[in-house]
Design a binder for this molecule. Structure first.
Ligand SMILES: *Cc1c(COP(=O)(O)O)cnc(C)c1O
Length: 354
């Protein structure tokens, strides 16, 4: 019976794709932690030992007594974090390609009861101190939603990185304008791995007030951590999570994978692997005829401009990928990306372009 089931699932197994880092399954460390947490009874709603341990692991990782909360996904984490910085009449400055603007279905505005996103044009998805200043000071009258926060995505939606100097410059601008700084770190681990800096250096030491640290794209089944470095901002955040349907009653299963990921170093190892696959892929295809890298491949994403017949050819050969940003083809690499599948994709691109 069990063998039959196994044969069935194997026959259903799809080949590995690079359409999204969310296509990957759960990494062994996170899976084992879920299993380990699945013994006996534990207090519900975060009163369990795993939640305490995971929060402590974040405080150790970030070398500071931050406040930590767990949400099911990134949309909720970002939206609730931003809502906690704003009153309904406030506004949040972001890049025009920010996930909060393009991919969260208005959730930041919804959960903040109307705080408006003010969008800065940007060719590479990055905000600059100048762009922030010009939006923040564009209007100061009562008829305009009052700027209150800035959100940056690290790495950006197009796979580029803010340097530490750039984050420092942005936070200095925020401080001088009286704005709070939020970081969407759906792929925060990839940024740490690529820049080689400590999580503390990239966040509170650089002036970030609140971080959403993504677990899902890092190899967990589900779960993002919201980390307040300015702990005063965390006041009543637990109520906000509960009201938004984000308080897990069996919290230990959101928390235990974080314990394993952080304590074993898997969070950084998996991100480094994904980054290395992206860089290897970018390096091997960038000089193929008709193909161009749209952005620097600094984390685990590679965006290519492809002639449409090449894109169709790839699809005909069974490859899945998105073309939602600027018409380019996006390839994302994950903790489990296999060198053989990367090579298979490179070979198909080579065959189609020759
Ligand atoms: C994936 C992602 C999120 C979170 O998305 P959910 O689907 O809500 O988990 C947030 N920000 C960025 C930049 C992302 O890529």
């Amino acid at each position: 019976m069990i063998d039959e089931r196994k044969a069935w699932t194997q026959s259903m197994q799809q080949p590995q794709q690079f359409a999204s880092d969310n296509y990957a399954g759960v990494c062994p460390e996170a899976w084992a932690a879920m299993n380990e947490a699945n013994s006996g009874h534990e207090p519900a709603y975060g009163g369990d030992q795993w939640t305490a341990r995971a929060s402590e692991a974040f405080r150790t990782l970030f070398e500071t007594p931050c406040e930590v909360f767990f949400a099911f996904n990134g949309t909720a984490a970002n939206s609730l974090a931003l809502a906690s910085l704003c009153q309904s009449y406030h506004s949040v400055i972001c890049s025009e390609s920010a996930h909060v603007e393009t991919d969260e279905c208005g959730a930041p505005e919804f959960f903040s009861n109307g705080s408006k996103l003010l969008v800065a044009p940007s060719s590479n998805g990055k905000l600059t101190p100048e762009a922030i200043r010009s939006i923040a000071l564009k209007r100061t009258d009562i008829h305009y939603p009052k700027p209150r926060a800035v959100t940056i995505t690290q790495p950006t939606e197009t796979g580029e990185l803010y340097t530490l100097d750039e984050i420092h410059a942005i936070s200095a601008e925020c401080r001088s304008l009286g704005l709070k700084l939020h970081m969407d770190g759906a792929r925060f681990a990839n940024a740490c791995a690529s820049l080689g800096c400590s999580p503390a250096e990239m966040t509170w030491k650089a002036g970030v007030d609140v971080l959403c640290f993504g677990g899902t794209k890092n190899g967990m089944a589900v779960g993002e951590a919201v980390i307040f470095f300015d702990t005063k901002l965390a006041e009543d955040f637990d109520y906000r999570c509960k009201q938004a349907g984000q308080l897990a009653s069996k919290m230990r299963f959101l928390a235990a994978p974080w314990v394993a990921m952080l304590e074993s170093g898997a969070w950084l190892r998996h991100a480094s692997h994904a980054n290395a696959c992206a860089q290897d892929f970018a390096h091997r295809v960038e000089s193929l005829p008709g193909i161009k890298l749209m952005f620097k491949a600094q984390a685990n994403a590679v965006f290519l401009t492809l002639p449409s017949e090449i894109a169709e050819g790839l699809r005909a050969r069974g490859w899945l990928f998105y073309t939602f940003i600027g018409g380019g083809a996006r390839f994302m690499f994950a903790w489990d990306s296999s060198p053989e599948r990367v090579t298979a994709l490179v070979e198909d691109l080579r065959a189609l372009t020759s």
